[in-house]
Design a protein around this ligand. Sequence first.
Ligand code: SAM
Length: 216
Amino acid sequence: MTDRETERQEMVERQLVPRGIADRRVLDAMRKVPRHRFVGPGVESSAYGDHALPIGEGQTISQPFMVALMTQELGLIGDEKVLEIGTGSGYQTALLAELADRVFSIERVESLARRAQKTIEELGYQNVLIKIGDGTIGWNEFAPFDRIIVTAGAPEVPQSLLEQLADPGIIAIPVGSRGFQELHVLERKDGVDTKRNAGGCVFVPLLGREGWGNGK
Ligand code: SAM
């Protein structure tokens, strides 16, 4: 094993398994995807720590546990079409690419989207499409999506995303104030939406037409 592989193994055993991440496929993907390739220059040595890290432009790559929890909540089996809002570094995108059929990811900050695209390409993922834009309005052209994951904090679930969710389908999204959110997991089945709360979290704000910023 290389040093990085050992660090990933330890991240899984010490940070994820004891906190209840039990989905085998999620744990295997977290052991495989090289998180250090997605963090900013100079912080690679902290990439596997139990915390979020800066990725530039005032944005962050989320703590490994939060990434694993959100991914687990999606219940992916491998044949899904997934929409991700907030590409950021592309780390979560790579995990989704490992676990689902196709991934559509939207990032509003151009420099981050371009860097994520480059890393995703260098790692050889061919089932990912990244676009620069406002993810709060979704990506109508490719809707409906079996799963939607939002990795920024929203004041409420954007209506456009609800409209672009398939049936059956699941959305995982942090909802709350700018400073603190609850992870909402909304499951749609036979035309009925059921929402549950999967715990507290702190994300950077989801900015845009159906997020923060328009009078909110
Ligand atoms: N999942 C990312 C990762 O693995 O690195 C971390 C995402 S970071 C916590 C949140 C990202 O959401 C930021 O890169 C931010 O620019 C982006 N964002 C905020 N509002 C957005 C919007 N309306 N559409 C698309 N991206 C948005």
